[in-house]
Ligand binder design. Structure first.
Ligand SMILES: NC(=O)c1ccc[n+]([C@@H]2O[C@H](COP(=O)([O-])OP(=O)(O)OC[C@H]3O[C@@H](n4cnc5c(N)ncnc54)[C@H](OP(=O)(O)O)[C@@H]3O)[C@@H](O)[C@H]2O)c1
Length: 332
């Protein structure tokens, strides 16, 4: 697997990272033994970047990762952890707590659950309105100084916030949704990250499965699958978005690759410091996603893809209204 370096100060990681979220939360039931087998298969294939969050399954995801790394060399893995999100017993979202004491508390629990003495990249999942980003990064810089955290990352922040944060302490990477149907970051965020020397870990590269080629109009989502709340997966929006996937399928088939592979390869082609996070929960999906790493898109391919799915073509916003309100990256 090729490697990419996250920004000027960040770690060098595999060109594709593995995101573990769906193994504990948000995408309906997952099977633990298969999740661990998928993490092992990813490590064996050369994936080093493993992305989790302390709130994914309220600690379950970190304990799953600890179990998967048992007997493996932890130092070969670059563990990226998101923190700060507040949840309730029903899985609901109650904003973020980014006070210094809260961050230190989150980290203490995370280190214990992971069974490690440091997190490689530590990042707030969302900002909190009552704590300026400078203060959050200042707290994280103390944790770097103490050796508990190696690098500071951010998630879903605007270009201006990234600039303010980076002035306090170097930011290794910004994690943000970026795909053929979520191209908002291209206007300001990606150019600013490039200018500052900040890497990008792109999530939602398959738009949570919507543009994977495996989603169908008739697929039922259960109550624990939060895609049932996402506007892009609903009603007429879904039909329009699946029509985009059909257009992409024509190009993928002509190239002899799958829809998921061409969608991931497109993100890889958008910049040398962009690392797509793959949300595979099963080995079969992982194998397909890994195939994207060897797909080289020509200028003609890129032009055909752009014609099939022009920027802004998606129907519906990427989160529901309540979740959109938490996104600093969406502020004008
Ligand atoms: N910073 C943030 O705010 C944020 C937000 C969300 C996620 N993330 C991170 O990003 C990671 C990636 O998650 P995502 O939802 O953005 O991923 P994604 O790759 O856009 O979607 C993953 C979904 O796509 C489906 N899929 C179909 N074919 C696939 C294939 N070949 N390979 C992989 N998945 C395939 C999966 O299938 P099945 O349904 O069949 O399993 C899964 O439900 C997460 O695990 C998390 O670490 C970060």
């Amino acid at each position: 697997m090729d490697t990419r370096t996250l920004g000027t100060t960040g770690p060098t990681v595999s060109a594709l990272g593995l995101g573990l979220m769906g193994m504990s939360d948000l995408y309906g039931a997952a099977e633990e033994a298969e999740s661990i087998a998928t993490i092992h298969a990813a490590l064996d294939a050369g994936i080093t970047l493993l992305d989790t969050g302390d709130f994914y399954g309220m600690g379950h995801n970190e304990m799953l990762l600890r179990d998967a790394l048992r007997g493996r060399n932890r130092d070969n893995a670059v563990i990226s952890v998101k923190f700060g999100a507040l949840r309730d017993v029903d899985g609901g979202w109650n904003g973020s707590d980014l006070r210094p004491v809260a961050i230190k508390n989150f980290l203490a629990y995370t280190l214990r659950r992971l069974g490690t003495d440091h997190v490689d990249i530590y990042r707030p999942a969302r900002l909190a309105p009552d704590v300026p980003v400078e203060e959050v990064v200042g707290t994280l810089a103390e944790l770097v100084e103490a050796g508990h955290v190696r690098h500071i990352g951010l998630s879903e922040v605007s270009a201006e916030t990234l600039r303010r944060a980076h002035a306090v302490h170097p930011i290794s990477d910004l994690q943000i949704e970026y795909s053929l149907i979520s191209r908002g970051p291209e206007a300001e965020i990606l150019p600013t990250a490039r200018e500052l020397g900040v890497g990008i870990t792109a999530y939602g590269v398959l738009s949570r499965g919507l543009i994977s080629g495996h989603w169908t109009a008739g697929r039922q989502t259960t109550g624990t699958d939060f895609r049932s709340q996402l506007p892009r997966f609903a009603g007429a929006n879904l039909d329009r978005n699946l029509a985009l996937v059909d257009a992409l399928r024509v190009i993928a088939e002509a190239r002899g690759v799958t829809v998921a592979q061409i969608a991931i390869a497109w993100v890889l082609a958008r910049g040398a410091t962009i690392v797509p996070l793959i949300g595979a929960r099963r080995r079969e999906r992982l194998t397909e996603a890994l195939g994207a790493a060897t797909v080289t898109l020509t200028d003609a391919d890129l032009a055909a893809i752009e014609a099939a799915i022009p920027a802004g073509a998606a129907a519906g916003s990427r989160y529901d209204e309540a979740q959109m309100a938490f996104l600093d990256s969406e502020r004008a």
